[in-house]
Design a protein around this ligand. Structure first.
Ligand SMILES: Cc1cc2nc3c(=O)[nH]c(=O)nc-3n(C[C@H](O)[C@H](O)[C@H](O)COP(=O)(O)OP(=O)(O)OC[C@H]3O[C@@H](n4cnc5c(N)ncnc54)[C@H](O)[C@@H]3O)c2cc1C
Length: 330
């Protein structure tokens, strides 16, 4: 059976007219698949003011870039984006459509699959082509196990978790072509409309791109514990994360949540403070280079995944840590 496939289409989300990192990571994956198994890499972008994005995405591995430059696509609206994306996928007919496992991507991907009557696999961490069929690996049972799934037919849709793929080093001399496509959207056909949109303010480094992440859990004892985490983050130019339990109690914004149902991070250093290390949490930070944890329970599961562990009350350890960092910085 041939190992070759029909190519890969990557839907690249834009924020502030720039491709999101996950889009570039998926292009790296698509390029690697195409280099080994044939077919072209098509990048699709929706938005406005997208001049320059074509060359940029070609540099990151696309063979062709289809740009739908329309004011309707400035902000995410699944229902509005679906007719155009469906049409493009049907025309390009790739073997796989890659969409980011982001809030918008996980909304869009199943709709696209339903609309085109094709299969979808969400939360994928890697893709191998075996006998011409994509095999996706992803977490299951709350991160305790991994499963490999495949599709019965192509095209099929896969959402890809951030930080599981490596973006290519951009090569501006890479050859490719880009073209603008026109929208087929009939505004009158929309059954929902966006009334208001508020972007959460992020101060400092973005969680997913931070080299150092300091995360807090229930062991912090209350929302004020996050003040110290913020102080440490500011000192080390890091970002603050949290367990779902801490977010559920409103000790910090929901956007801080790291884990299976939160964000995936892969920093150089992940400092886990008062977090037990449930598999659901570790699914979002297990790829960190070094995990250091502070926990009062010597039997806490988090210590099994940590390179360094401090057994102690975080209320005592954290102020001492802040002092040490300040001394080192001075
Ligand atoms: C479908 C599903 C999806 C989920 N997705 C996520 C997810 O994305 N992210 C996530 O985080 N969770 C997720 N969860 C929840 C997850 O299973 C755990 O319940 C959660 O991670 C626990 O949070 P925690 O570690 O802060 O709290 P706990 O498990 O209560 O742990 C608190 C820890 O703090 C320690 N501690 C207590 N006092 C101190 C002190 N003074 N100093 C130091 N340490 C102290 C304790 O020893 C304990 O280990 C999910 C659950 C389900 C069912």
């Amino acid at each position: 059976m041939t190992e070759n496939i029909n190519g890969v289409l990557v839907f690249v989300e834009m924020v502030d007219n720039q491709p999101v990192e996950l889009g570039l990571e998926m292009l790296g994956l698509a390029r690697r698949i195409s280099d080994s198994h044939g077919g072209t890499v098509t990048a699709v972008v929706f938005g406005t003011n997208l001049e320059g994005v074509g060359d940029n995405l070609i540099a990151y591995g696309a063979d062709q870039v289809l740009i739908n430059d329309n004011v309707i696509f400035d902000n995410f609206h699944a229902e509005a984006w679906l007719p155009d994306l469906s049409k493009i996928v049907a025309e390009v007919a790739p073997a796989i459509v890659l969409i980011g496992h982001s809030l918008s991507g996980t909304d869009l991907a199943p709709r696209l699959a339903f609309r085109l009557d094709i299969d979808v696999a969400t939360g994928c961490e890697s893709i191998e082509i075996v006998n011409g069929r994509p095999h996706m690996t992803r977490s299951c049972f709350g991160g305790l196990a991994r499963e490999v799934v495949t599709f019965n037919k192509t095209p099929a849709v896969a959402t890809i978790r951030s930080k599981t793929q490596q973006a290519l080093t951009p090569m501006m001399e890479r050859a490719g072509e880009f073209k603008f496509v026109s929208s087929i959207l009939d505004l009158n056909s929309l059954r929902s409309r966006v009334i208001k949109r508020e972007r959460e303010k992020t101060v400092g480094v973005k969680l997913e791109s931070a080299k150092i992440v300091i995360s807090g859990g229930l062991g912090l004892g209350g929302p004020e514990g996050f003040n110290t985490l913020n102080e440490i983050a500011e000192l080390v130019d890091g970002a603050v994360g949290a367990s779902r339990a801490a977010c559920d109690l409103d000790w910090c914004p929901r956007s801080y949540q790291v884990g299976l149902t939160g964000r995936t991070v892969a920093p150089e250093l992940y400092l886990a403070v008062g977090i037990s290390g449930a598999s659901h949490h570790m699914a979002g930070c297990g790829n960190a280079k070094t995990i250091v944890s502070i926990n009062s329970d010597p039997a806490a599961a988090i210590f099994k995944s940590s390179r360094f562990g401090i057994v102690g009350n975080c209320q005592e350890v954290m102020p001492a840590l802040v002092e040490e960092i300040k001394k080192l910085k001075a």
